[in-house]
Ligand binder design. Structure first.
Ligand code: GRF
Length: 190
């Protein structure tokens, strides 16, 4: 029996949760997902977490005075759950210093482009508009900027002339679902 301690991870997501699904279903996952955090009380991903038996932390930022107020409460819940790593998977909010300071070097994001190209929202649309022949996926550490943190891993995806946003996004997500669990396994073991 492997007695090594498994890392405790919280996944933050605001939407569909296909990356959350991929992480949960990854057969050789060597870390534990102990919380799903969502800022969207109606997000699809919340139902997915329930089906995996993962406890959720759901909050509506508009119920709070400001970002530091909800992040302070969130931080307390993360600590109580002994969360060591924060994994952003379609979390549509910029983290503030309350969380960033406490989890320095332990927050990871996945972005659907080859950073530093096409930061921010609609990276797939941005790539198509720019006419690039290659786009891809980047996994990076999170800092105070938007998609600016140190790059951990990247994988290229060819853009075909007939690609639509939907078709390119589908192929990019297939890559995401494969690379994210693999990279997280490696990082959380170090
Ligand atoms: C992913 O494509 C990821 O790159 C981006 O947000 C999307 C989330 O998709 N940051 P899902 O909710 O995991 O399906």
């Amino acid at each position: 029996m492997n007695m090594e301690k498994r890392a405790n991870v919280a996944v933050f997501a605001s939407g569909t949760g296909s990356n959350f699904d991929a992480i949960m279903n990854s057969p050789d996952r060597n870390f534990d997902v102990v919380r799903l955090v969502s800022d969207k009380p109606k997000a699809h991903v919340i139902g997915k977490a329930a089906s995996f038996g993962i406890q959720t932390i759901v909050f509506d930022p508009s119920d709070y005075e400001d970002k530091s107020a909800y992040e302070q409460e969130l931080l307390e819940q993360l600590k109580r759950a002994r969360v060591e790593w924060i994994v952003l998977a379609g979390y549509m909010r910029v983290l503030g210093e309350t969380i960033l300071d406490e989890y320095k070097g332990k927050i990871i994001n996945i972005h659907p482009s080859l950073l530093p190209s096409f930061r921010g929202i609609d990276a797939v649309g941005q790539a198509l508009d720019a006419g690039v022949k290659v786009s891809g996926v980047t996994i990076h550490y999170v800092d105070e900027g938007i998609d600016t943190g140190e790059i951990i891993a990247q994988e290229a995806v060819t853009v075909f002339p007939h690609d639509t946003k939907e078709s390119l996004q589908r192929r990019i997500q297939q890559v995401e679902h494969n690379i994210y669990p693999r990279v997280l396994n490696k990082l959380t073991k170090e």
